[in-house]
Design a protein around this ligand. Structure first.
Ligand code: NAD
Ligand code: ZN
Length: 363
């Protein structure tokens, strides 16, 4: 058996206020006449306290990215690449400031600056041929682990699947807990649950090993503390969540996610349901696979409703056509490593297409 040899982010800064070091960090990577491009989540468009701290020099450009109308797509990445190539030819590097969506777009644009064709050609495992350009990740929302992972998840013409490769991880990450302060409760909940579910899927999967467990257990403990035990959201919550996201990502790097994510991709592709929300909805229907975990999660849902008035949407698939269910099942079934991790090599005997469809219908 060959053991997985995987890349990690080579440079990382952690600390409240560490965002101020961005200018110094990227300076050695600046190339004469070639700008640095900052992809920034559109939620910061009116926040001059944030935009004003971005170390813009010369012909650098800030590109505001709207992630609300749809999840990141291959055509969106292709169009940013085309725009940058046409306007500048080459750029010194890219930095992404936002949640998982902006970070994934940034990683994918970095790769597409040096790889021909469309991002859709690279959706899968180890299809990317050339290292991308220098890229920096700066999370403003914690939970997805996109800041540390070797994938950039995109919706493409055929499927929702990441560009998984050794060239995908950021070269530099800045973890500044100050940047995730004030994320609205519902968003914090969905992205936090993504983090929590990374831990559950990693810790209960057959790919589990001590490397993954070391990260997964700690991440789980911090998520648990933040969501189940604390009665106020404070600076410590932001700090713990930022590290839980990193460590949850590290845990799945050496194991895998499972049923929840596989089905979440199906729901996301067919209906555009967002990653954290879709995973939360699916998990709530998987008590036959995770009896104790789902029971605990339902207690958390009660707590979230009391504290923040958060409730999960109902009847999300109520009006779906049989074709849409076919699409959900097809996309989810394509995620073989995830199913094998969760249910073993014979997963198709356990999760038949009919059984999966029935679960989708309950959402
Ligand atoms: P997101 O990036 O989609 O952002 C969700 C919302 O939060 C948006 O409205 C955004 O504007 C807002 N937001 C971001 N930062 C904020 C801040 N500081 N304050 C207030 N609002 C803020 O959410 P996400 O859950 O972080 O990421 C989901 C995306 O990540 C999906 O596209 C999913 O496919 C991807 N993902 C990637 C990986 C990976 O390993 N690459 C893993 C999991 C999920
Ligand atoms: Zn996830």
């Amino acid at each position: 058996m060959a053991f997985k040899n995987f890349p990690m982010v080579p440079f990382v800064v952690y600390g409240r206020g560490s965002f101020a070091q961005l200018g110094d960090i990227i300076r050695p990577h600046r190339q004469e006449g070639k700008p640095f491009i900052f992809f920034v989540d559109n939620c910061f468009r009116d926040r001059n306290d944030f935009l004003g701290r971005i170390p813009v020099e010369g012909n650098d450009e800030i590109i505001l990215v709207d992630v609300n109308s749809h999840e990141p797509s291959t055509w969106q990445v292709d169009s940013y690449r085309d725009y940058l190539k046409e306007k500048y030819g080459e750029v010194s590097g890219v930095a992404g400031m936002g949640g998982g969506a902006v970070m994934d777009i940034t990683k994918a644009v970095s790769l597409m600056m040096t790889n021909p064709g469309s991002a859709a050609d690279y959706q899968g495992w180890d299809l990317v041929k050339n290292p991308g350009i220098y890229k920096v990740g700066i999370p403003t929302l914690s939970g997805t682990g996109a800041e540390v992972s070797r994938t950039a998840v995109l919706i493409g013409p055929e499927k929702k699947l990441g560009l998984n490769s050794d060239f995908t991880p950021f070269r530099q990450v800045i973890l500044d807990p100050e940047l995730i302060k004030g994320v609205p409760p519902l968003q914090r909940f969905y992205t936090g649950m993504d983090n929590y579910l990374h831990c559950i899927e990693s810790l209960t999967g057959s790919y589990m090993n001590v490397f993954s467990k070391a990260y997964g257990e700690k991440a789980f403990q911090m998520c648990h503390h933040v969501f189940f035990e604390k009665d106020v959201w404070d600076e410590q919550s932001d700090e713990e969540l930022m590290m839980a996201s990193w460590m949850g990502g590290m845990s799945i790097a050496y194991s895998q996610v499972g049923i929840i994510h596989a089905m979440g991709y199906g729901l996301g592709f067919a209906l555009g349901v967002r990653h954290g929300e879709g995973n939360s909805l699916i998990f709530n229907q998987l008590e036959e696979f995770y009896p104790e975990e789902v029971a605990e999660y339902r207690k958390l849902l009660e707590r979230m409703e009391k504290m923040y008035g958060i409730t999960l949407p109902e009847g999300v698939t109520a009006d779906c056509t049989e074709e849409q269910f076919d699409t959900m099942v097809r996309v989810a079934s394509g995620m073989t490593p995830l199913w094998e991790n969760a249910l073993g090599k014979d997963w198709q005997k356990i999760m038949t297409p009919d059984r999966m469809r029935e679960i989708f219908k309950r959402i």
